[in-house]
Design a protein around this ligand. Structure first.
Ligand code: ZN
Length: 209
């Protein structure tokens, strides 16, 4: 028994940009109000999400192992990875900043990647396991995504924390590029995922029952 009537069953579709409701038409036609392309679902959602997610996961390791920046002062230069930067900040007594950088650059990216991986796997095998909780988890990833410039901010923050005397230099290293790519690819993976896919196996399940 599925008491929910979907837009598809009602013969209408919603504009993804401006939320105007249109009679259901062939996909790809444009919204009368804002001109955005109309789709019943996010096109090719599962395959796109997989592609962005796998690329993000592949770059996660270099992002954390490679140095993200070299800071040079008169006293010598120092090259840091994300984690060694966090340790450095902590030992320096900047506990709050160390905690923020640790959360934004390690905890949140791992959380997002883990949730998205769990979602694509459960959708792929057409799991009917805890759809409400899975939909909520996706909502959390999306919510985090809205202020995920925090991740990029971290690199800027790290750079600014070097006590900038006149002769100090900050040079980004390859790890920073890998980290930026992880952030962007994770955002794209999250945007590509269509949470309605979570509920499709349940509809099929209900029809069989
Ligand atoms: Zn529109």
């Amino acid at each position: 028994m599925n008491p929910v009537r979907t837009a598809e069953q009602a013969g209408v579709m919603e504009c993804p940009q401006c939320s105007a409701i249109h009679p259901r038409r062939r996909g790809g036609s444009a919204c009368d109000r804002c001109g955005a392309a109309l789709h019943l679902r996010k096109p090719d959602s599962l395959r796109r999400t997989w592609a962005f997610l796998l690329a993000a996961m592949a770059l996660y390791l270099p992002a954390n192992i490679l140095p993200i920046m070299t800071t040079g002062t008169l006293l010598g230069s120092q090259t840091n990875t994300i984690l060694s930067g966090v340790v450095y900040l902590w030992q320096d007594g900047s506990y709050f900043v160390a905690a923020v950088v640790f959360c934004a650059s390690i905890v949140i990216p791992i959380f997002k990647l883990a949730v998205l991986l769990m979602l694509v796997i459960t959708v792929q095998v057409r799991s009917i396991w805890r759809p409400v909780e899975r939909t909520r988890l996706y909502g959390m990833v999306e919510a985090v995504g809205r202020w995920s410039m925090v991740d990029v901010f971290v690199v800027a923050l790290l750079a600014s924390l070097v006590r900038l005397d006149a002769l100090a230099t900050v040079r980004p290293e390859p790890g920073a590029i890998a980290f930026g790519a992880v952030v962007v690819l994770t955002m794209l993976a999250s945007m590509s995922f269509d949470p309605r896919l979570i509920w499709d196996p349940l509809d099929a399940h209900d029809k069989q029952a």
